[in-house]
Structure formats: structure tokens, C-alpha cells
Design a protein around this ligand. Structure first.
Ligand code: FMN
Length: 198
């Protein structure tokens, strides 16, 4: 065996969604965020389009992101569906985090590969980041609520119409013990084996 598989398996299984409300005040150093970004870039990418783009909000940037997102929500939500609780969550969550990384897909100009393949690459890049975070005992939370998918958010983050904002990755150390595993179905549920010559 070339690598320590049991540790890799453990990191994969232990990666957990941890929400900003469960983060401590402990700061995640910039060097760790850079390690996460450096892991992201090794995701497989058809034709090497490398479609992932990240905007990393830290320090006062977190306040700006919260204001941007909460204001977009206020402007765009219908009057009947507007929830002040949701507004407050969008406003405050970034500042409860050490960093928040806006996840985006930059569409290849010549559209040389299907959108789904670019989406797959970005998702794998995010997983790479979350696995590195896990190795450091850091939680991540990929959030897609609020107005993350709105064209206004895309413009605010400087993307073009063909690009996509795919969510916000909140990053922080957990305040309490590492969360328990979330359930998963056994491989028999999602796997079909074909072992025949005809
Ligand atoms: C693309 C994507 C979007 C997600 N969006 C949300 C979200 O908006 N709100 C939320 O509570 N969880 C969201 N999650 C996190 C899932 O709820 C979480 O992965 C799931 O509960 C399993 O928990 P685990 O990540 O700890 O294994 C998202 C996950 C992914 C991959």
C-alpha cells in the first residue's frame, strides 16, 4: 500500500458539516485556508478547464458578506415569505465563522465540456478543501440557502452570466466535541455489480 489508507478513510468518514452557530472563537490561520485551496486545485477536471473559483472572506470581509447577503435577501424575498429570523441568520453567520468561502463555477468560454462535468469538478474541489479542514479538526458547512443562487449575488461577486455561484463554505473550529457521524446507506443500496461476459 502506497499510502495510509486507514487515515484517509477516517478523514473521509469524519468530515462533518458544522454550522457557524457551533463554531468557537478560535481563528483558522490563513496558512490553513491556503492549504485547503491548494488541495482544491487537485480535483479532476475534464480538459483541465479548472472551473472552480473561490472568494475567501475573512476578518471585516465577513461582516461585508453578511450585509451583502442579508440585504439581497431583504430586497429579493417576497413580502409574504420574508422572515426576520432568516435575515438575521444570513447577516450574522459569516461573522460567527473564521472564514467563509464563496464557491463558484467559471464556465469555460468555449464550453468545451458539459456543465455537469464542470459542476462535478467544483464539488470535488470543495470536498478536497473539507477533507483538509477535517485533518486539522476544522468543520465546514456548504450552505446554499438565502440568495446564494440569485443573479444579484453572481454580479456582486464579480461573475458573468454563464458562471454559477454554488454556495458558501463556512469554516471554523467546533466549540464542542466533534459531531457524530451522519447516517449512510450500505454499499448494497447504491451499487449494482455486473460480473458476466454476456
Ligand atoms: C451542495 C450542497 C449544498 C448544501 N446546502 C445545505 C444548506 O443549504 N443547508 C443545510 O443545512 N445543509 C446543506 N448542506 C449540508 C448537508 O445538509 C450535509 O452534508 C448533510 O446533512 C450530511 O451531513 P455531513 O456533511 O456532516 O455528513 C449542503 C451540502 C451540499 C453538498
Amino acid at each position: 500500500m502506497k499510502f495510509n489508507l486507514s487515515e484517509i478513510q477516517e478523514i473521509i468518514e469524519e468530515r462533518r458539516t458544522i454550522k457557524p452557530e457551533q463554531f468557537s472563537d478560535r481563528k483558522v490561520h490563513k496558512e490553513i485556508i491556503e492549504k485547503m485551496l491548494n488541495a482544491a486545485k487537485w480535483a479532476p477536471t475534464h480538459r483541465l478547464t479548472q472551473p472552480w473559483r473561490f472568494t475567501v472572506f475573512t476578518n471585516d470581509g465577513l461582516r461585508k458578506l453578511g450585509e451583502l447577503h442579508a440585504n439581497l435577501y431583504k430586497e429579493l424575498a417576497d413580502e409574504d415569505s420574508f422572515s426576520d429570523r432568516k435575515y438575521q441568520t444570513l447577516l450574522h453567520r459569516p461573522q460567527m465563522s473564521s472564514a467563509c468561502i464563496a464557491i463558484a463555477l467559471k464556465r469555460d468560454e468555449q464550453e468545451r465540456v458539459p456543465f455537469n462535468e464542470e459542476l462535478a469538478s467544483v464539488a470535488i474541489a470543495v470536498q478536497n478543501m473539507s477533507l483538509v479542514a477535517t485533518a486539522y479538526g476544522i468543520g465546514t458547512y456548504w450552505a446554499t440557502g438565502g440568495k446564494v443562487y440569485s443573479p444579484e449575488m453572481k454580479v456582486a461577486l464579480g461573475y458573468d452570466e454563464n458562471d454559477s455561484v454554488l454556495g458558501l463554505l463556512y469554516v471554523g473550529y467546533p466549540e464542542r466535541e466533534w459531531p457524530r457521524k451522519t447516517p449512510r446507506k450500505p454499499i448494497e443500496y447504491f451499487t449494482t455489480w455486473v460480473d458476466s461476459e454476456d
